[in-house]
Design a protein around this ligand. Structure first.
Ligand SMILES: [Zn+2]
Length: 274
């Protein structure tokens, strides 16, 4: 009898343990809410493969974009500059390397934004920290299957960026346009903020898989699409994104664009700048 009771107690303990395990796992599950919570939801206009195919004129203006998020990146119509949105303010970094304020009427070819609400913050101190070492560090704290908004502030000994010159019609595919129309900038000793995202591989035709940042100096004068940097200390804020809302352009150009093509090689060239 004693043994049987012992087994029962053991089984009860197992059930309790499994229940607790289930309960604690349940806490990790995203609550799918009936209403829409704007924070840390990603809003995206157009898809990366449309931009790669040369669909450079979108319909979304910056006023509408700011109603969808206060933080994000993208590109303007005719590929005239890199779009940078932080704390509700939009900047355009043009091919002269300078950043310009943007009126509400300006339109974006592609943009992805969120109301940024970081759930994790930390500082990385490492002499000579580069973009590659940052990717390794962040790779240890995030899941490659999730979407993240990421804000990184600090002093940058070196920051390498680029911005495209505007395209003229008829538009060529982006990789072809950039061969002779991208400008590279080396910014030494600036303070500023990188705004960006990390997206999973399964979104590769929708957005850029992996990390993607745009930079703006603290004085809002310079920046661009980040290619590399060096810093000794950076402050990192991560916000895990829960939902993606995708608006696709209603234009004829989008309808006609060859989007079934594999554009991985083009994307690597476009994002890496070489
Ligand atoms: Zn970019």
């Amino acid at each position: 009898m004693h043994t049987i009771t012992g087994i029962r107690v053991f089984r009860m303990n197992c059930i309790l343990f499994v229940s607790l395990l289930f309960f604690s796992c349940g806490k990790q599950v995203n609550r799918i809410e009936a209403g829409t919570s704007a924070k840390n939801n990603l809003y995206q206009y157009s898809v990366i493969d449309a931009l790669l195919a040369g669909v450079y004129d979108g319909e979304i203006d910056c006023e509408t974009l700011k109603a969808k998020g206060d933080f994000g990146i993208g590109g303007f119509n005719a590929i005239d500059g890199e779009l940078y949105l932080n704390e509700g303010k939009v900047s355009r970094i043009r091919y002269d390397g300078h950043a310009y304020p943007v009126s509400d009427e300006e339109k974006a070819a592609m943009a992805f934004v969120t109301f940024f609400d970081p759930d994790t913050s930390f500082t990385i101190r490492e002499n000579g920290l580069t973009y590659d070492s940052l990717k390794l560090r962040l790779g240890n704290v995030i899941s490659g299957n999730r979407m993240y908004a990421i804000r990184i502030s600090g002093s940058f000994n070196r920051m390498q960026t680029r911005a495209p010159a505007p395209a003229r019609k008829p538009y060529k595919p982006l990789a072809e346009h950039l061969i002779t129309n991208q400008y590279f900038f080396k910014l030494d000793g600036t303070r500023g903020t990188m705004v960006g995202f990390c997206f999973p591989a399964y979104l590769e035709k929708v957005n850029v898989p992996g990390f993607h940042f745009h930079y703006l100096t603290e004085d809002r004068q310079k920046g661009g699409h980040v290619l590399d940097f060096m810093s000794d200390s950076i402050d990192v804020q991560l916000g895990r994104l829960h939902r993606l809302t995708l608006d696709i352009p209603g234009t004829r150009e989008f309808e006609k664009a060859p989007l079934a093509k594999d554009r991985k090689g083009e994307l690597n060239y476009v994002e890496g700048g070489e």
